[in-house]
Design a protein around this ligand. Structure first.
Ligand code: LMR
Length: 392
């Protein structure tokens, strides 16, 4: 039976990790998969997380199952950061559950809307490739609209048309901040308009917030999500702590549902729980417990936020430096300065992507997406020179 299976291509993003590792050149540069790197090119465990992990090891007295919802203390502790301190559950309209990473929450959200009758998921193009992959795996139709125009700004006309074309049973997947892969985010004015359009549309929003704090700040990065939630009757929110707590391999995320009627939440979350049971039964505990311990401790919370500030400032330095290079060879790097988060796209041709790898040992996605955090004082000049040479 198993011989009937067709060979699947390796995931292009994850394959980059191996391609880079296998390159023997000492000055190779990894701008591939989305992990933060310090100025020394390291991806260390946050100090606040290390301290919380120590506490966890010392105080945890059982590893017995917690249930499909995971650590509800973790789920609750995050809510003021995501939804705002003043009204973190929007008057009892929001409930959540822990998931294995942001991918786990997306899987549940998309399976849940499918159970609720959705057939089409409207997604900006380009998007994180796993969005379409999960939809495809579930048999959901992906309807694309253009995310950004030639001018490096969001294509609001395409978004307006996509919302106008939505019908009952459609869901729209929106990146809350730090758009992956373009780094091109909606402005506050854009979000105000989007919220108004969605409020008058049958489309249900699914908001993917995987990079909160890596763009403009924890509060600023939640503006779009909170604005949409204040306007629409119901929504799903997919959250990842992989980046903003540096917990990548520990797989820490959460799914939140916002319902028009709080009485529906029990029913809605029972679907989340049963879907989790059928997929992974219960989420891994360790990373979520560490986040909870950080957020329950004022000093650790302050330490975590300071570490996050440092990451954001370093990425801003990289962005400013690339932007200052301006027109480089045949490409203009200046828009990178006003983009946010880990990623930006440089319009390399497929041949130029290969040349950057082969001639310069510089690895990034075939789409031209670079992880700006892979650039440091030690390698950024080499990168800019390579871009100039390859795109000339
Ligand atoms: C990325 O886009 O590089 C990250 O979100 C990591 C991943 O799982 O793809």
């Amino acid at each position: 039976m198993l011989s009937n299976l067709q060979q699947q291509p390796a995931d292009a993003l994850l394959a980059l990790i191996k391609l880079h590792n296998d390159d023997p050149r000492a000055d190779k540069i990894d701008l591939g998969v989305g992990v933060y790197r310090t100025g020394d090119g390291e991806t260390p465990v946050f100090g606040a997380i290390k301290a919380a992990e120590k506490k966890l090891v010392e105080t945890q007295d059982s590893k017995a199952y917690l249930g499909p919802e995971g650590d509800m203390g973790f789920v609750a502790a995050l809510m003021p950061y995501v939804f705002g301190k003043e009204n973190p559950d929007m008057g009892g309209r929001i409930e959540g559950m822990q998931t294995p990473g942001g991918t786990g929450s997306l899987r549940l959200a998309l399976a849940m809307v499918q159970r609720a009758g959705a057939k089409r998921i409207i997604v900006g193009k380009p998007s994180w490739p796993n969005h379409a992959q999960i939809c495809k795996d579930l048999g959901l139709e992906v309807v694309e609209f253009n995310h950004a125009g030639e001018d490096g700004k969001v294509d609001m006309d395409a978004l307006r048309a996509a919302i106008a074309s939505g019908t009952e049973g459609d869901a729209m997947l929106l990146h809350g901040c730090c758009h992956n892969p373009t780094g091109i985010d909606y402005t506050h004015a854009n979000w105000d308009e989007i919220a108004g359009l969605l409020a008058n549309s049958p489309i249900m929003p699914i908001l993917d917030l995987a990079y909160q704090g890596l763009g403009l700040g924890m509060e600023e990065d939640a503006y779009g999500l909170r604005t949409v939630l204040a306007a629409v009757p119901d929504a799903l929110i997919c959250y990842s702590c992989d980046k903003n707590f540096g917990l990548y391999r520990d797989r820490v995320g959460a799914l939140y549902a916002m319902a028009k009627d709080p009485a529906d939440l029990t029913k809605i979350m029972s679907n989340g729980h049963s879907l989790a049971r059928a997929n992974w039964s219960q989420p891994p505990d360790h990373g979520g417990a560490a986040v909870r311990l950080v957020l329950e401790d004022e000093a650790l919370t302050a330490q975590w936020l300071a570490e996050l500030d440092e990451m954001r400032e370093r990425m801003r330095w990289v962005r400013d430096k690339l932007a200052a290079a301006g027109v480089t060879g045949g490409v203009d790097l200046s828009p990178i300065g006003i983009q946010n988060g880990l990623f930006s796209i440089i319009p390399f041709t497929p041949e130029q992507v290969q040349e950057m790898r082969k001639n310069h040992g510089i690895y990034f996605a075939g789409s031209g997406r670079i992880n700006v955090a892979g650039l440091t004082t030690g390698n950024i000049d080499k990168f800019i020179a390579a871009v100039a040479e390859v795109t000339a």
